[in-house]
Design a binder for this molecule. Structure first.
Ligand code: BMA
Length: 877
C-alpha cells in the first residue's frame, strides 16, 4: 500500500488564542476546549466546581467569544485540488472565517462541519477566526417568537439569572450544559472537538460502512458500503481486506460522490460477544481504491461481527411482550448503568478517564451502558472501548425531559445531526439500540389526561396539538427513518420508557407495565420503601436509582471544613436535587444506625445507596427471563456532587460500585427475604454453559458459632434463574434470637468457594453491633501483595481505603468472626503510564490488529491503607 501521507494531508489546528468579543486582550486557548476552561487556565475565573463558584461564572454564556489561529500552508497542500476545514464539533452558534472570508455557519454542536476553503487559502500564513455567538442571546428571541415556553424540567434558568426563560430546547447543544438534578449550569461555547485542515486530490473515500446483512456461526453476509468522491468518471479496482481475506471488484466511479457496494462473505466468522458470553473479537476492514495498480485512496474501519436483535414478542408464559437483546442467537440479560458525560467540560475527558469508566463497568461485571439523552453522543474512544471490552451500548439521541420545537429548520438540523452521528458510530458492534429520547413520552403523556409530569395543563388546546405534532414528527417519523436508512438492522426505540407506539392510553409507561421498558423512581422521588423494588418489576428496568455523597476526600475538593454540614451554602450547591438531602435522611433513619458526625454521614449515605441498589438489581435478576435488563441510574458524575452515581467525579468507587460488582456476577446467589417469615435462595446464571454448584446455607451467631447448615448440590443450566431453597425463618433460626443471628449463603464450584452472601433477620439498627477488632496480615497471593482480614466480632461494611487511587478486589463487605477474608489492591495507572504502554504497542503492531486491553488497574500495594467498619461511624451503645 502506498504512503497514506501522499494521498491525503491532515493537520490539526493548534495554537489558538481567544477573547470575549468586547475585549481586546487575546489569551492562549486549548483546542479542543471550552471558553470556561480557557478562562480558568488563564486565571480569569476560579475553579467553577469549587465552593459556590458556579454562580459567579454565569456571565460567560451571555457573551460572544472569538477564537483565532494562524496556519501555515505549504506548496504541497496548495497543490491539492480540495482543501477543507473540518470541525468534529463546534459549540454551538459559530461563524468561521478564513483570511476574513466567511466560510461556514454552524448551529448544532453535535454535527461535523466541513468548509471548502480552497478558494480562500493562500501560500504561507492563513488567519482563521471563529465567532461564537452567545447561545442564550441567540435563543431568547426564539422563545419570544414562539410566545410560550416549552417544558424543560432540568434547565436551571434561574441559576443563569434568566428567571423562567428556559432556552435549552432551542439549541442543538448538550442538554446537561443548562443544569440537571446532578449537574451544574455551565453553558459552554468553543471548539469542543478536533479542528483540522484536510487536503486531497482526485479521489477520496468519504465513508466505509460494513453493513451486516446476515450473521450466522458458519458465515457472515456483509456489504461494504463505500462512499467515494472522485473528480472524474473513471474505472477503478476496489479492494477490501480483513483478517487475511480479500475481495475485489472493478467499478466505474461517477464524477462526484458515489456509493459503491461490495458484497463480502466471511466464512466461520469470529463473532463479537458481550462480556461474559465470549470474546469481543474485532476485525479491521481496509478499503483501497486502485487505478492501474496505483493506490488512489485507502481507509480502514474496525468492527465486530454479530447478529443483534431487540426482541419484543409475546410469550405464552407471560402477559405482554418481551424486551431483550439477542446476541448471536443468545438472549442477553443486560446488566449495567446509565452513563452521563464524564465532565461538565467534556473536552477535558481524557482517554484515561474513558478507560476508567469502561474498565470499571467490566470489573463490575456489567455488559451494558446506556448513553443517556441529556448528554452528548460520546467520543469515538468511548465506543472503541465498549467494542474492545464487550460492553453493549444503548444509545439515546440527545433529547431529554423536555418538549422540543418542530419547525423545518429544527428538524433539518436534527436530521443532519442524526446522520452525522450514525455514520460516525455505526461500525461499532457495541451499539445495539438507538433510542429517541429520555422520558419525554411518559412525561408529556399525550393520551392520559392527568398522567405524566403535569406539563399539558400549562397549554391551550392548540398549543398542545402543536407540541405533540412536533414530538411525533421528530421521534415517530424523522429519527426512525434515519436509523432505518443509515443503520438498517438496528432497532429504534422511540422513548425510554415506553410500552410501544399504540397511539392510545396504553402507549405510556405509567406504573408497572408488562411490555416495554420501565424507569422506576418510586423509591427515591416518591419515598417508597426499598422493599418495593421486589415487586415493581417489568420486562427491562432501564432506570432506577438512589443518591449518595462522594467520600470525604472528594467532598473536600469543593468544600472547606467549615462548610461540612448538609445545609451549608456550599453543600447545597453540590446537591442539585431539591428533595435530595431530606430523602437521604428519611431513608437512613429507616434502614441504618445514625451516623455520629458528618464524615460518618457521607460513609453511611454510600452504604444506604448500595443497599438500595442491591435490593433492586437482585430482584430484577431473580425475575429472569420475565425481566431481561437492569440499568441503574447512574454510572458516573460530571463534577463532584451528591448524586445517584456509583463512582464519583474523580472515579472513586462508592460502596455501590462494589455492591454492583457482586450483584452483577454472572452466577448470582441471592437471598430473598421479601416475604415476611420466609427466606428464599435463588440462583441466576448469565452464562451459556451449565455449571455444577453447591449452595450452603448457614445460620451463625454474631460470634461465628455455627447453628445450622443446609448444603445442596445441583447443576444450574446456562441462562437459568431458579429458586433453590425456600424455608421459613423459624426453620432456620430455631431458638436463636433473630437479632443475634447471621444468615450466610455460600456458593461453591468444584470445592472452591466462589461467593458468600450475608443477610440478617433484623434491620441494621436492630443488630447489636459491637466494636470489632480487625486484624490485618500482609501476605502474598500469586506474587502480589494481599491482605488477610479477620475479626473478633461481626464487622459490618468494612471499608478499605488507600491514599493512592485504585480499587480493592472487594470492599464494603461484612466480616464474620472465624472467617478469613483475602483482599488485594489494584492501583490506577497514570495517563503517562497508559500512554507509554500505548506507544510501545503502536510501534510493535500494525494497525490491522485490534488494540489489546492495556491494563488500567495494576496490582500494587495500597499506600496508607486504612480499614474501618460501621462501628467506627456510629455511637455504639
Ligand atoms: C431520570 C433521568 C435523569 C435524572 C434522574 C434522577 O429521570 O433520566 O433525568 O437525572 O432520573 O432524577
Amino acid at each position: 500500500m502506498t504512503n497514506l501521507q501522499a494521498l491525503q494531508f491532515r493537520q490539526s489546528l493548534k495554537q489558538w488564542t481567544f477573547k470575549a468579543i468586547d475585549e481586546s486582550e487575546w489569551l492562549p486557548a486549548t483546542v479542543p476546549g471550552t471558553v470556561h476552561t480557557d478562562l480558568l487556565d488563564n486565571g480569569k475565573i476560579s475553579n467553577p466546581f469549587y465552593g459556590t463558584n458556579e454562580k459567579d461564572v454565569q456571565w460567560i454564556d451571555k457573551k460572544d467569544w472569538e477564537y483565532i489561529t494562524t496556519i501555515d500552508v505549504e506548496e504541497n497542500v496548495m497543490n491539492h485540488s480540495h482543501i477543507e476545514l473540518v470541525f468534529a464539533g463546534l459549540d454551538t452558534y459559530a461563524e468561521v472565517y478564513v483570511n476574513e472570508q466567511h466560510v461556514l455557519s454552524a448551529d448544532n454542536m453535535f454535527r461535523t462541519w466541513r468548509a471548502d476553503v480552497k478558494p480562500y487559502i493562500q501560500l504561507g500564513a492563513n488567519h482563521i477566526r471563529i465567532h461564537f455567538r452567545s447561545p442564550i442571546m441567540e435563543d431568547l428571541p426564539k422563545l419570544e417568537a414562539l410566545g410560550y415556553g416549552l417544558p424543560a424540567t432540568n434547565d436551571q434558568s434561574e441559576v443563569g439569572e434568566l428567571g423562567d426563560k428556559r432556552v435549552s430546547v432551542f439549541a442543538r447543544k448538550a442538554p446537561y450544559h443548562y443544569g440537571w438534578d446532578w449537574g451544574p449550569r455551565f453553558v459552554t461555547s468553543g471548539i469542543w472537538r478536533e479542528a483540522e485542515l484536510v487536503a486531497w486530490s482526485d479521489v477520496r473515500i468519504e465513508n466505509v460502512y460494513i453493513r451486516q446483512n446476515q450473521v450466522h456461526a458458519e458465515s457472515a453476509d456483509l456489504t461494504a458500503v463505500v462512499q467515494i468522491y472522485s473528480e472524474q468518471e473513471r474505472q477503478v479496482n476496489l479492494r477490501v481486506y480483513a483478517d487475511g481475506q480479500n475481495w475485489e471488484q472493478i467499478v466505474t466511479l461517477a464524477e462526484g460522490t458515489d456509493a459503491v457496494q461490495i458484497p463480502l462473505t466471511l466464512n466461520n466468522p469470529k463473532l463479537w460477544w458481550s462480556r461474559g458470553l465470549g470474546d469481543a473479537y474485532l476485525y479491521t476492514f481496509t478499503v483501497e481504491v486502485l487505478e492501474q495498480n496505483q493506490t488512489l485512496a485507502v481507509k480502514s474501519e474496525r468492527t465486530g461481527i454479530r447478529a443483534i436483535r431487540l426482541v419484543t414478542e409475546p410469550h405464552p408464559d407471560y402477559p405482554g411482550t418481551s424486551f431483550y437483546f439477542e446476541l448471536n442467537g443468545v438472549p442477553v440479560f443486560a446488566k449495567g448503568a446509565n452513563h452521563i458525560p464524564n465532565d461538565s467540560f467534556s473536552p477535558r475527558v481524557t482517554l484515561e478517564r474513558y478507560r476508567h469508566e469502561i474498565v470499571t463497568a467490566v470489573e463490575s461485571n456489567m455488559n451494558m451502558l446506556r448513553v443517556w439523552g441529556g448528554g452528548i453522543y460520546e467520543n469515538d474512544e468511548f465506543y472503541d472501548l465498549c467494542d474492545e471490552y464487550g460492553i453493549l451500548v444503548w444509545q439515546d439521541f440527545m433529547f431529554a425531559c423536555s418538549m422540543y420545537p418542530g419547525d423545518e429548520e429544527f428538524l433539518d438540523s436534527v436530521q443532519a445531526e442524526a446522520e452525522d452521528n450514525i455514520r460516525r458510530l455505526r461500525n461499532h458492534p457495541s451499539i445495539v439500540l438507538w433510542c429517541g429520547n429520555n422520558e419525554i413520552d411518559s412525561a408529556w403523556s399525550q393520551y392520559v389526561e392527568d398522567g405524566g409530569w403535569g406539563w399539558k395543563k400549562d397549554y391551550n388546546a392548540e398549543q398542545r396539538t402543536q407540541i405533540w405534532a412536533d414530538y411525533e414528527a421528530l421521534f415517530h417519523e424523522l429519527l426512525p427513518e434515519v436509523v432505518q436508512t443509515e443503520h438498517p438492522g438496528i432497532s429504534y426505540w422511540p422513548s425510554s420508557p415506553i410500552v410501544a407506539v399504540t397511539n392510545n392510553e396504553k402507549q405510556h409507561t405509567h406504573g408497572i407495565t408488562d411490555s416495554g421498558d420501565i424507569h422506576y423512581w418510586g423509591v427515591w422521588h416518591n419515598s417508597e420503601p426499598f422493599e418495593r423494588y421486589n415487586t415493581y418489576i417489568g420486562r427491562f428496568m432501564s432506570e432506577y436509582g438512589f443518591q449518595s455523597f462522594p467520600e470525604y476526600k472528594s467532598v473536600r475538593t469543593y468544600a472547606e471544613e467549615s462548610d461540612l454540614e448538609l445545609e451549608s451554602e456550599v453543600m447545597l450547591r453540590h446537591q442539585k436535587n431539591g428533595a435530595g438531602n431530606r430523602l437521604i435522611k428519611e431513608y437512613m433513619d429507616k434502614y441504618l444506625p445514625a451516623p455520629k458526625d458528618f464524615p460518618s454521614f457521607l460513609y453511611m449515605s454510600q452504604v444506604l445507596q448500595a443497599e438500595a441498589m442491591k435490593t433492586a438489581i437482585e430482584a430484577h435478576r431473580r425475575r429472569k427471563p420475565y425481566c431481561m435488563g437492569t440499568l441503574y441510574w447512574q454510572m458516573n458524575d460530571c463534577w463532584p456532587v451528591a448524586s445517584w452515581s456509583s463512582m464519583d467525579y474523580y472515579g472513586r468507587w462508592k460502596a455501590v460500585q462494589y455492591y454492583a460488582k457482586r450483584s452483577f456476577e454472572d452466577i448470582l446467589i441471592s437471598i430473598d427475604q421479601s416475604v415476611s417469615g420466609k427466606v428464599d435462595i435463588h440462583l441466576v446464571s448469565d452464562l451459556i454453559a451449565p455449571k455444577s454448584l453447591t449452595v450452603r446455607v448457614k445460620v451463625l451467631g454474631l460470634d461465628g458459632t455455627l447453628y445450622k447448615e443446609m448444603p445442596q448440590s445441583l447443576t444450574l443450566a446456562g441462562g437459568e434463574a431458579i429458586k433453590v431453597l425456600s424455608v421459613t425463618t423459624e426453620q432456620l433460626l430455631g431458638d436463636v434470637h433473630p437479632a443475634e443471628a447471621i444468615l450466610v449463603a455460600e456458593l461453591e464450584h468444584e470445592d472452591q468457594l466462589i461467593h458468600t452472601e450475608i443477610a440478617y433477620f433484623v434491620s441494621a439498627p436492630e443488630l447489636a453491633l459491637q466494636q470489632p477488632h480487625l486484624q490485618i496480615v500482609e501476605t502474598e497471593v500469586d506474587g502480589v501483595v494481599a491482605y488477610q482480614l479477620t475479626t473478633d466480632v461481626l464487622a459490618r461494611q468494612v471499608w478499605l481505603s488507600s491514599e493512592n487511587e485504585g480499587i480493592f478486589s472487594d470492599n464494603f463487605f461484612d466480616l464474620i468472626p472465624g472467617v478469613t477474608k483475602i483482599v488485594q489492591f489494584k492501583k490506577l495507572q497514570t495517563l503517562q503510564e497508559v500512554e507509554e504502554a500505548a506507544h510501545s504497542h503502536v510501534e510493535s503492531n500494525i494497525v490491522q490488529k485490534p488494540v489489546p486491553h492495556l491494563p488500567h488497574f495494576v496490582p500494587a500495594k495500597p499506600e496508607g491503607l486504612q480499614i474501618q467498619s460501621m462501628a467506627d461511624f456510629i455511637h455504639l451503645s
